[in-house]
Design a protein around this ligand. Structure first.
Ligand code: ZN
Length: 126
C-alpha cells in the first residue's frame, strides 16, 4: 500500500525530530494534505496506526488538514480555489488553468510532544 510507506517515512521523520527535542512521547501530529497529493486520507490514517506501533508516536493522533486545489487564473489575474480535482478550469471565467498554487501539500505542520520531565512529575504525584 502506497500510503503505508508514506506513513512510515512520516513517522520516521517525526520520531527523529521528537528525539532531538528530548521528547518521551509524541501525542499528536498535524499534517497538511493537498487534494492533489495523491494520498488517500483513510488509507493514510490506517497506515499511520500501523507505522506508529512500537515508536514514540504509538497511540498518538494524526490530525489532517485538507488543502483544496488553488490555481492561478491569468484572465482573472488572481488565485482561485477549485471545487474539486476533476476540472482544472477557472470556476469564475472557465479558462483552463495549469498553474497550480496549492493542493500538492504533504507536510507536517506541527507535533505535540510529552517531555521526559512531565512524565517523571506525574510519576511522583501518583
Ligand atoms: Zn478566471
Amino acid at each position: 500500500m502506497h500510503e503505508l510507506s508514506i506513513a512510515a517515512s512520516l513517522v520516521e521523520s517525526v520520531e527523529q525530530a521528537a528525539r532531538r527535542a528530548g521528547a518521551q512521547r509524541v501525542t499528536q501530529v498535524f499534517l497538511r494534505l493537498g487534494a492533489l497529493s495523491g494520498v488517500a486520507k483513510d488509507a493514510l490514517l490506517f497506515g499511520y496506526d500501523v507505522a506508529t506501533a512500537g515508536t514514540l508516536l504509538e497511540g498518538s493522533r494524526l490530525t489532517i488538514e485538507d488543502v483544496a486545489v488553488v490555481v492561478h487564473c491569468d484572465d482573472c489575474r488572481r488565485d482561485v480555489t477549485l471545487p474539486g480535482i476533476q476540472d482544472f478550469r477557472c470556476p469564475v471565467c472557465g479558462r483552463p488553468c495549469a498553474q497550480i498554487v496549492a493542493g500538492r501539500e504533504l507536510e507536517i505542520t506541527g507535533i505535540e510532544i510529552e517531555m521526559a520531565d512531565d512524565v517523571s512529575l506525574r510519576a511522583e504525584s501518583a
